[in-house]
Design a protein around this ligand. Structure first.
Ligand SMILES: [Zn+2]
Length: 143
């Protein structure tokens, strides 16, 4: 696979090393892309749900625009996970933040397919907040 002939999606993930590979694999499969631009912060979803005025939030949005505009990213997956050091809280509290994060992102990237992912204690990735049915990819998928 040439690095000049690529398809991308965007992951907004925790910085936790345990969740990088599972989220990368899930996002590649879900969006049918070769590569995943990955933007991380400790406990990513809190910056997109409850601390939206933080410098981290502005940086995440700016970095996401680079992925969308320069790489033609097909969509965005935002992830939260079990045992998050950067965002300690119950699974339900984190999933509530995840839903808020998806809403926050959809308001800013309206044409973009956006999903929320939950990584459980076994490292399995679940789609906690699916894209609306029939929502097109931002970029036409190759036939
Ligand atoms: Zn974490």
């Amino acid at each position: 696979m040439s690095i000049m002939d690529t398809t991308f999606a965007t992951a907004l993930n925790c910085m936790d090393g345990r969740v990088q590979l599972p989220v990368n694999a899930a996002v590649r499969a879900m969006f049918g892309v070769a590569y995943v631009d990955t933007i991380t912060a400790p406990g990513m979803v809190r910056f997109l749900a409850d601390e939206c005025d933080a410098a981290e939030t502005k940086a995440v949005l700016s970095h996401t625009r680079v992925s969308l505009d320069k790489h033609g990213s097909r969509g965005i997956a935002v992830a939260a996970h079990h045992d998050c050091a950067g965002n300690p809280g119950s699974e339900q509290a984190q999933k509530d933040q995840l839903a808020k994060a998806v809403t926050f992102l959809r308001a800013r990237f309206a044409t973009c397919r956006i999903v929320g992912l939950w990584v459980d204690a076994d490292g399995a990735v679940q789609v906690a907040v699916p894209a609306p049915s029939g929502h097109p990819d931002r970029v036409e998928a190759p036939s």
